[in-house]
Design a protein around this ligand. Structure first.
Ligand SMILES: Nc1nc2c(ncn2[C@@H]2O[C@H](COP(=O)(O)OP(=O)(O)OP(=O)(O)O)[C@@H](O)[C@H]2O)c(=O)[nH]1
Ligand SMILES: [Mg+2]
Length: 340
């Protein structure tokens, strides 16, 4: 099951208490203070990992508490530190404190880590309180409690290109034809029920990531079909690719289809309409007389939109689409390193 939202409670380990003791040895009268410090409590740490693809595990276990530090002992022995807890989450997980909605971290790179609940500090033992005027202090410090809070975690996948289209438009067939991803393909609507990522290797040492998401229908923003919840997984893409089925037995006019998709995106996040995009006219191998294709191409010329007629089955048109997507993603990355 793909889960992209979770709520968990995290608590750092308590710091161990400092110790109060004095050196007691034969022939050493008035041995000085020798109480050791308490150990620090362990942290709760998140680590982003490509090996984890969903927040499902965090739905089952919702409370995490790191180990407490041990108390200090006599003979200046410091208590040992509490062990950290490391929780692996998918790359693209945004972590917020539930109460304040403050963002703690956005884990966008494989291996990136963040402390989400700090362990408490270990207290000082009485050996630390010696001064010139007090050679036998009885003071010592208790450990401090660990940080604790409820967190909300939201997974927003990281991809370069997001595929948008009605159910059956051919999104999953396209991602299977151009990348390593193999989501289910079916002639019925809503075959895809969760997002899938695919890596497209397109030139020597160049690749980009495509996200296939479930299909949208008119009224998705009001909850129709699977709704628009999955659109958050294309919010971080540099480029959108609208897939329009141009086979003639599809009754919907291709231009109306495109504009309906845009309206659904706008209802979810208006900035998605400002995102660079291209249009893929899919299934050209069964286009019939080509009336829908012609109408869509004329519309694209009029508005100066990039339109790529293609068939994921015969692979016609795939090379020029991949080259365009790859180059646009690269250009975007280059301009981002200087501006973003
Ligand atoms: N002839 C032909 N059929 C295609 C092509 N691409 C996809 N199809 C068929 O169209 C149907 C839908 O394909 P999918 O790739 O599952 O469509 P989707 O957009 O992922 O659909 P959802 O997951 O429901 O949103 C399947 O029966 C595919 O075999 C194509 O290029 N040519
Ligand atoms: Mg699909």
């Amino acid at each position: 099951m793909f889960i992209d939202h979770a709520r968990i409670f995290v608590k750092g380990g308590k710091g161990g208490s400092g110790h109060c003791s004095f050196r007691r040895e034969k022939f050493v009268p008035r041995g000085g203070p020798n109480g050791g410090d308490g150990g620090h409590g362990g942290h709760v740490i998140f680590e982003a990992s490509h090996r984890v693809s969903t927040l499902l595990d965090l739905r089952y276990q919702r409370h995490y508490q790191a180990q407490a530090g041990e108390r200090g002992l006599k003979s200046n022995q410091h208590g040992s530190k509490g062990e950290h807890i490391v929780i692996h989450v998918p790359v693209g997980t945004l972590v917020k404190v539930e109460e304040t909605e403050e963002t703690i971290v956005d884990l966008i790179a494989d291996g990136q880590t963040a402390v989400v609940a700090e362990g408490g500090k270990g207290g000082k033992g009485n050996a630390r309180y010696v001064t010139s005027t007090n050679q036998a202090p009885h003071d010592f410090e208790p450990g401090t409690p660990g940080q604790e809070h409820w967190l909300t975690l939201e997974l927003k996948l990281l991809a370069d290109v997001g595929l948008v289209g009605f159910p059956n438009a051919g999104k999953s067939t396209l991602i299977s034809a151009i990348s390593s991803a193999h989501p289910e393909i079916g002639s019925y609507p809503f075959t895809t029920l969760r997002p899938h990522l695919g890596v497209v290797e397109w030139a020597e040492e160049s690749s980009f990531v495509v996200a296939d998401i479930p299909g949208l229908i008119e009224g998705a923003h009001e909850g129709k079909g699977l709704g628009i919840q999955f659109l958050k997984h294309i919010q971080r893409t540099a480029l959108l690719l609208y897939l329009i089925d141009i086979t003639e037995w599809v009754e919907e006019d291709p231009i109306v289809s495109f504009e309906t998709l845009r309206k659904e995106l706008q209802a979810f996040d208006p900035t998605l309409l400002e995102r660079p995009f291209a249009i893929a006219a899919t299934k050209t191998d069964s286009k019939g007389e080509g009336l829908h294709l012609n109408a869509l191409q004329a519309y694209c010329v009029k508005h100066d939109y990039h339109c790529f007629p293609l068939s994921a089955v015969t692979r016609d048109g795939l090379t020029s689409l991949i080259t365009y997507l790859g180059k646009t993603v690269l250009e975007n990355k280059a301009s981002c390193t200087s501006n973003c």
